[in-house]
Design a protein around this ligand. Structure first.
Ligand SMILES: *Cc1c(COP(=O)(O)O)cnc(C)c1O
Length: 428
């Protein structure tokens, strides 16, 4: 494949944009390569600046569950744009979007729109601290909740892939207020509660972590967290920025019945535009200004274009609520094929999959937390990723990330992907 245009564009970008990218994982550093610059996308396919077409399993890191350029979403954005792009005053679109979210997430009695997942988690922990009058925050190693100061302690996603350890730029006094615990480990959670219980404002958790690769919660781990947080007056925050509308029409809380006090959403709910939302129990949410003393604001929050794209996306997904199972079955079938092929080829892999998200770990051992995820063989992953890209399959350019399917992936796309797996395996 000739990628000379992307190479040139990356060089130009590096002259103006720090590192040439506006978000680190895009740089393809973890796979010792350079980013492919994208010029257009349609359905499950993206096209780069060198006119190479790829089947896309990144989907903008999760949001594009309907595939790219869905005609109804595009039309909603166009129609909204003609009426003005921002007013700094309320619009009915925000209420409509809120109603759609609340209907799917009954635990979100009141909510507030922001413009990114990071803003949602940042605001949620501020609110939890303001509500409880406590300072400590508990997170889990490998959990990624955006680049919030307090939450960049043992983060997953790009930081983990680049081997960035602590958090330069974050005052130690603040980082010291964050307790990072191993995921799926009820004993260490119990210990932290025994030690800090009544000083902890909130526990923030991706109920199904996707940023150390996909990791499934062991039964009863989240139940235990729910029970102990309730007992100690700690606000439980589910970060469903990835899992919201990814696994079902709703979130992991819909599937499991475990209800957090606050929920953060982003990615899918924006239909590709910058949107985040946090919300939960009325009693807590009413501590936000203007009703209460905890300040939170945003010039572009509830932006009319973003609301239009979000509403259009959610309305389409609501009609597809029965199709989620099918999408999950297609994903499972693909993962089984990959597992079988690699096993037959003598390369041990562990695949974690739920719904339409999955990660291939190049390791024979079960992956249940960050330390087991990090046992994945990086050099094998790089060879796999590089060869798949060469075959026109665009997967997450980092070993500790999730890959995603969309409703736009066709059987033809899946067949082509399987073929590429077979070809790739031959070259490994
Ligand atoms: C992506 C992500 C975020 C941050 O969202 P941004 O829109 O990138 O700020 C937060 N939490 C989780 C679980 C995410 O995957």
């Amino acid at each position: 494949m000739d990628s000379s245009v992307s190479k040139r564009l990356f060089q130009e970008a590096q002259e103006v944009i720090a590192g040439g990218v506006n978000s680190p994982v895009r740089a393809f550093k973890a796979v010792h390569s350079f980013p492919r610059f994208i010029k257009s996308a349609q359905g499950a396919r993206i096209t780069d600046a060198d006119d190479q077409e790829y089947i896309d399993y990144v989907l903008s890191w999760g949001p594009m569950i309907l595939g790219h350029s869905h005609p109804q979403v595009v039309q909603a954005i166009q129609q909204a744009a003609e009426k003005g792009t921002s007013y700094g005053a309320p619009t009915q679109g925000e209420t409509m979007m809120g109603q759609l979210i609340k209907e799917a997430f009954p635990s979100m009695e009141l909510l507030r729109m922001v413009s990114s997942g990071t803003e949602a988690t940042m605001s949620a922990i501020r609110l939890a601290r303001g509500y409880t009058g406590r300072d400590y925050v508990v997170k889990f190693a490998g959990g990624y909740h955006g680049h919030v100061d307090s939450l960049l302690v043992e983060p997953g996603s790009g930081a983990a892939a680049l081997g960035i350890p602590g958090a330069p730029g974050i005052p130690s006094s603040l980082a010291g207020m964050t307790l990072s615990l191993p995921f799926n480990d009820p004993e260490s959670f119990q210990k932290a509660i025994n030690q800090y219980g009544d000083a902890i404002a909130c526990v923030i958790v991706e109920p199904v972590p996707g940023n150390m690769g996909v990791v499934l919660p062991q039964p009863s781990f989240l139940e235990k967290i729910r029970a102990l947080t309730k007992e100690h007056g700690i606000v439980l925050i589910f970060d469903e920025v990835i899992t919201g509308f990814r696994l079902t029409y709703g979130g992991y809380q819909t599937l499991s019945g475990i209800m957090p006090d606050l929920t953060c959403l982003g990615k899918i709910i924006g239909g590709g535009l910058p949107v985040g939302v946090f919300g939960g129990r009325k009693e807590i949410m009413n501590h936000l200004a203007p009703n209460g003393p905890v300040y939170q604001a945003g010039t572009l929050s509830g932006n009319p274009l973003a609301m239009a794209a979000g509403c259009a996306t959610l309305e389409i997904l609501r009609n597809l609520s029965e199709e989620y199972k099918k999408l999950s079955a297609i994903t499972e079938d693909l993962c089984r094929f990959i597992q079988k092929s690699f096993t037959a080829g003598g390369i041990p892999v562990t695949i974690n999959q739920i719904g339409s998200m999955f990660t291939i770990f190049f390791s024979p051992t079960q992956v249940t937390d960050l330390s087991s995820a990090q046992k994945s063989d990086k050099s094998l992953f790089i060879r796999f990723f590089t060869e798949m890209l060469e075959q026109g399959i665009y997967m997450a350019p980092s070993p500790l990330e999730a890959s995603f399917l969309s409703f736009a992936h066709t059987q033809g796309d899946i067949d082509k992907t399987k073929e590429s797996i077979v070809n790739t395996l031959k070259k490994m």
